[in-house]
Design a protein around this ligand. Structure first.
Ligand code: UTP
Length: 408
């Protein structure tokens, strides 16, 4: 891209300030900036001012879950179906590890965080240990695809190598990078993170399938004959991955997807809840729950939106391919964005200072025709680490691990 073309593109999106340090840059820095301007999609930024133009939510109605008693009664049948699929190589797993983990506030990728007390217990190690349980039971490795971002890819890959993949078969592990999106101030002007670099952040976990495709990994998926993909978050250290019972129940249900859910502790708990939206499966975020929805009861007298998602989904791969080019909902999220100040000095804010633009994996459920919400016991399967202390923290996850007999 030439300087003139860059100016025209920036003008179109009201971002001319991106070139404000041009005269101070050397040739290589200028080339890098032009390349980034060329690569960057600024088209979503105007929604900062035009939020009314974002598609409205559809009509929310309840969707029940397969509950623990039914799962308990049919466990052996589901386990057999799941193990058969895993042994036939039909199940793969995708670890979403591209996030910035700003709330945890570590300089390293979240997967490198050590929750051990008397020994090292890295988050990644916990995930691999959990996956190994299934590999041992099935007697075959489960292909594992790890999504990183340009911010944390090198550190993540090096960490896995340094620890010899925590004993996992390294030929069954693939890394791919997700796309980035520009980050802006509250007025929709992109921040600069260096004089020749626009501040960017990973574009949310909803782009994983497109990014996998871009990286050529859908060819690997096809070659291996993977039909089901279990997508999971990096931060839940009690996460069951490629859980044969969940896989078997979803296959048996005939649904195009499955979502692990936990019973909410109260209607106000801050987790997304399974629902139908205009008759299709969906997830209503806690901040979209009206008092009426919170108060609604089902035929058993329980809250109608009683099942919260834990970011562990199973997708039928061929169904994802059909909808992969559909636009997912855009989320404009207030975050702390490291950037240059007015004097051109880099700083890391301690309070949110602008917006990031994200698409979320939970919105993919709505693109598919059907979903099986599958209840799991929170105390055995849900120990997310978002913060250092308090709710969903290193402290709370350690306590849950210890209760589950995991030596820290
Ligand atoms: P979170 O919503 O916790 O976001 O991600 P985060 O960026 O990691 O953390 P904060 O909000 O800055 O503290 C949930 C899961 O989705 C992944 C994360 O790595 C985590 O596994 N994720 C998130 C991505 O893979 N890419 C993203 O762009 C965002």
């Amino acid at each position: 891209m030439t300087l003139e073309e860059a100016k025209a593109k920036l003008k179109k999106y009201g971002q001319e300030h991106v070139l404000q340090y041009w005269d101070e840059l050397d040739e290589a820095q200028r080339a890098a900036l032009l390349q980034q301007i060329d690569d960057t999609d600024f088209s979503m930024i105007h929604y900062v001012h035009d939020r009314d133009e974002l598609p409205p939510r559809g009509k929310i109605t309840p969707l029940g879950a397969m509950e623990l008693d039914e799962i308990g009664a049919r466990k052996d049948q589901f386990r057999k179906i799941g193990l058969d699929a895993i042994r036939a190589g039909k199940v793969g797993a995708v670890l979403l590890a591209g996030g910035m983990g700003t709330r945890l506030g570590s300089d390293n990728p979240k997967c490198m965080f050590d929750i051990g007390l008397t020994r090292h217990v890295y988050i990644m190690q916990r995930l691999i240990e959990n996956l190994m349980d299934v590999v041992k039971e099935a007697g075959v490795p489960v292909p594992l695809f790890i999504m990183t971002s340009e911010k944390n890819n090198d550190a993540t890959v090096a960490f896995m190598k340094e620890h010899d993949y925590f004993g996992y078969d390294k030929d069954k592990v693939w890394f791919f990078k997700q796309d980035m999106a520009p980050a802006t101030d509250y007025d929709g002007k992109v921040y600069m993170e260096a004089k020749n670099r626009i501040a960017t952040s990973p574009n949310g976990n909803g782009g994983w399938f497109l990014s996998m495709n871009k990286a050529g990994l859908l060819d690997v998926v096809h070659k291996l004959g993977i039909e089901w993909i279990n997508v999971f978050a990096v931060d839940n250290v009690l996460q069951r991955i490629a859980d044969p019972v969940f896989v078997g129940a979803t296959i048996d249900s005939g649904c195009a997807s499955g979502a692990k859910v936990v019973r909410k502790v109260s209607p106000d708990e801050k987790v997304g809840a399974m629902c139908l939206e205009d008759g299709r499966p969906s997830i209503v975020e806690y901040y979209d729950m009206t008092p009426e929805l919170k108060a609604e009861k089902n035929e058993k007298g329980d809250p109608a939106y009683n099942f919260g998602v834990i970011l562990n989904y199973l997708f039928r791969e061929k169904d994802l391919e059909k909808v992969m080019n559909e636009k997912l909902m855009l989320h404009i999220v207030e975050k702390k964005i490291p950037c240059l100040d007015k004097n051109g000095n880099f700083f890391k804010p301690t309070e949110p200072n602008g917006y990031k633009f994200e698409q979320l994996v939970l919105d993919m459920i709505h693109e598919l025709d059907s979903c099986l919400p599958f209840e799991v016991r929170r105390e055995h399967e849900f120990a997310p680490i978002k913060n250092r202390t308090g709710v969903d923290s290193v402290e709370s996850a350690r306590a849950l691990c210890e209760k589950d007999g995991i030596k820290l």
